[in-house]
Design a protein around this ligand. Structure first.
Ligand code: NAD
Length: 482
């Protein structure tokens, strides 16, 4: 079995402790590779390398257009290696192969999008008084820290790395322990594309060790975190100790709001897709179905029909629903089946781990729909992070909005209706960072600002808006002497 190394200052090295751990293929439970168990010492070395690279101006002071070209080369290399990257992602994270291909393409698009922006980071001139020329410039933050979750490993790593690089920062990436493989490939790709040594560093390891060491390191200048609420809070506290800015993307309990006047068949296709994509392990998964009571029965039948047709199998066979990322996450999903029993909800379909034949060795879970779910119940409030949909009926537009807002999350909302007034009214009243009307996700939407209200976090990834987190604004006032 292959042993992977960590990437610091342009070199592949073992962790200082020499300790390793295995990463497992969720489709069959078999080990895939030995991974370095990085800890504080490795993080110290990586941050030092990133600091030196930043201070030496090797990256921030090259022509912005050249920085952009290097990112475009990264995009090209990602596309050239897409077959290997997609297969690796599927073996590491379990997801259907076509989903991995889509994730790899999104990673390329981030490099392309922010590569194109590198020479367009503009300031302003501000009228103050006749003898003062006042202007702002956007400078890189310095050393950026990227703590990445396991659900979209290459996509989320690139989502923050690309804007950080485009704006002249250096970076230390800590991938999730369950899915470290493609982040290591990203380091190799950055080097091949011409990113100078020390600008991109990747340290694998556990959250409590490498992750915490990075979050509390005094010499980083900014943190981007995606993951669970409790870990996000812990990371934010560590950042606070050193007064470091942070963006948090912490998931959701996102509703699809389906009105009786919607194209129900089309809406059902999307509702199913939005909860089974990546096995429901998506921060923006459509995990709550709010449906107008008059069509509840009919609509739920459409959902179940579609779910029964889903193919379940190993990710490499490109099914509709592949393995859950790890045994731990599968157990977590299964634990919610006890919650469902305790809360006396109705299981419309699913509710069990899928076994039989080769599937028994992997971590598979059936697409699941629960109805008679109380809006205050744990099932309606907590992020299960699996293919589990809860159905809650409503009788008026006001009730739909009130239910949509009735969780501590606020990441995404989708509204399904042919009434434009209703659509706009709901869009204006829901407390969530993105609203989709008669679609869900806009095909990836890397150009659109993405982030949460409430406990879904703060700060915005994607789009031009993300650039604000990787730059700081300096105001310069020059006195003009006549
Ligand atoms: P997590 O939040 O613990 O892990 C996310 C990342 O943070 C990983 O890289 C991990 O190594 C790191 N980390 C963990 N503890 C840390 C610490 N103390 N300091 C610094 N970094 C640390 O997520 P998890 O435990 O793997 O998953 C649990 C739940 O989190 C899931 O069931 C799901 O509800 C949620 N989740 C959400 C997202 C999302 O996209 N918003 C992604 C993954 C998981």
């Amino acid at each position: 079995m292959e042993t992977k190394q960590i990437f610091i200052d342009g070199k592949w090295v073992n962790s200082v402790s020499g300790e390793t751990f295995v990463t497992v293929d969720p489709a069959n439970g078999e080990p895939t590779a030995w991974i370095q168990r990085g800890n504080q010492e490795d993080i110290n070395r990586a941050v030092k390398a990133a600091r030196n690279a930043f201070e030496q101006d090797a990256w921030r002071d090259i022509l912005p257009a050249e920085r952009g070209r290097i990112l475009l080369r990264m995009a090209q290399l990602i596309r050239e290696k897409k077959d290997d990257l997609a297969k690796l992602e599927t073996r590491d994270a379990g997801k259907p192969l076509s989903q991995s291909y889509a994730d790899v393409e999104v990673a390329a698009r981030y490099c392309e999008y922010y590569g194109g922006v590198a020479d367009k980071i503009l300031g302003e001139t501000i009228p103050v008084r006749p003898d003062i020329l006042d202007y702002t410039i956007r400078e890189p933050m310095g050393v950026t820290a990227h703590i990445v979750p396991w659900n979209y490993p290459i996509q989320i790593a690139t989502r923050s790395l690309a804007p950080a690089l485009a704006t002249g920062n250096t970076a230390v990436i800590k991938p999730a322990e369950d899915t470290p493989l493609t982040a290591l490939c990203l380091a190799e790709i950055a080097q091949e594309a011409g990113v100078p040594d020390g600008v991109v560093n990747v340290v694998t390891g556990f959250g409590q060790e490498a992750g915490a060491a990075l979050a509390k390191h005094p010499d980083i200048d900014q943190i981007t975190f995606t993951g669970s609420v409790p870990t996000g809070i812990a990371v934010m506290k560590m950042a606070a100790e050193n007064v470091k800015p942070i963006t948090l993307e912490l998931g959701g309990k996102s509703p699809n709001i389906v009105f009786a006047d919607a194209d129900l068949s089309e809406a059902a296709d999307w509702v199913v897709r939005s909860i089974i994509q990546n096995g429901g392990q998506t921060c923006s998964a459509g995990s709550r179905l709010l449906v107008e009571k008059s069509v509840e029965k009919q609509f739920v039948e459409l959902i179940v029909e579609r779910m029964k047709r889903l193919r379940i199998g190993p990710g490499l066979e490109d099914p509709d629903l592949a393995a859950i990322v790890s045994e731990k996450q599968l157990n977590r999903i299964e634990s919610y089946m006890q919650v469902a029993r305790d809360e006396n909800v109705t299981t419309v379909t699913g509710g069990y781990r899928v076994t039989g034949g080769s599937l028994s060795k992997g971590y598979f879970f059936a697409p699941t729909v629960f109805s008679n779910v109380r809006p205050d119940s744990r099932l309606a409030q907590e992020e299960v992070f699996g293919p589990v949909l809860v159905v809650i009926p409503f009788e008026s537009v006001q009730e739909a909005v009130s239910l949509a807002n009735h969780t501590e999350y606020g990441l995404v909302t989708a509204v399904w209706t042919t009434d434009i007034n209703k659509a706009h009214f709901v869009a204006s009243r829901v407390r969530s960072g993105q609203v989709f009307i008669n679609n869900y996700g806009a095909g990836g939407g890397i150009e659109m600002p993405f982030g949460g209200y409430k406990k879904s976090g703060f700060g915005r990834e994607k789009g031009l808006e993300a650039l604000k987190h990787y730059t700081q604004l300096k105001n310069i006032a020059l006195r003009i002497k006549p």
